[in-house]
Write a protein that binds this ligand. Sequence first.
Ligand code: ADP
Ligand code: MG
Length: 351
Amino acid sequence: EAVINRIAAGEIIHRPSSALKELLENSLDAGATSVRVTVKDGGMKLLQIQDNGCGIHKDDLPILAERFTTSKIASFQDLERLTTYGFRGEALASISYVSHLSVVTKTKKDICAWRAIYVDGALAAPDGSPIDPKPCAGNDGTTITVENLFYNTPTRLSALRGSSEEYSRILDVVTKYAVHNPHVSFTCKKSGSSAPDLTTPSGSNTKQTIRLMYGPTIAKELIEVSVSPSSGEDSMDVDDDATAEGPWKAEVLCTGPNYEAKKMVFLLFINHRLVESQRMKKALETIYSGIISKGSSPFVYLSLQIDPHSVDVNVHPTKREVHFLDEELITRKICDTVIEVLLRRNTSRVF
Ligand code: ADP
Ligand code: MG
């Protein structure tokens, strides 16, 4: 059974950065305003995430790494909502099957922190013997430590790139979550080095964080665009079919016509989860390469909020490509609005 679970876990956790993405989402879900990431050997030796979130209650520790353990289902209706991107309580379980996982956590109410270690979904020492959580010193919040990722799945391990490549993927994930959560302070560093490779302050805003992470050249060219089913409708262009069913809204920060780069940078968050959509990426890229300035690629940050029910729950979360209801319609509406704004910019500069 452990072997099956190990294979399943490898399907969910592909590499250090995919483990990190899950752990970051958990910290953010826990209301953290500070998230510190420490990495050794590209995350293969060590991946540690320390947050100041709500912590985990001691009584929940024994089942924490069991599959389908989630505190995020409050009602039956929520179940459907949560299946959108979450792994329905599969992330920590999966990680425990392919690494040495330990947790130190303290809620505000607890007088001390608790330390728990897991193997194959249960509280256990690395040799497999059961071991109860132990009291220890610690601050409010949770520190998750993942060591020796894929030590027992050589195929996964051999599919990884070198540690510097894996580390840059980790930095990329932290950078994107930092942009999407400007109120949260993030750091990311290699274990043993004193200066972090990435730091953001808390209480910043999205534009400032983009400047910090991607540089002033991009930041000063950014244009803000808000799109919703009804936006632009005052232009009398009432096309009945062109309005998506449920309510949705998109916040876009994209570079203007004067910005030139070889490669597109695309940050897509749907309902606050970092996802990929080749369709959206292509559609947006086409605007720039074809209409605005030939051969140039943009920077686009796009935060889309849609009805969680409209996200395709049949697509397994490991397929990073996301699909949702009215995808084509929503994409078209966003692109049309962006084109309009860009063209307006373009002409105002020419004349
Ligand atoms: P899910 O996020 O889908 O619920 P996970 O396996 O990622 O599943 O996490 C399981 C549960 O562990 C969460 O529902 C949450 O209650 C708890 N948890 C995990 N990480 C943290 C954290 N950093 N702070 C507080 N609670 C956490
Ligand atoms: Mg999770």
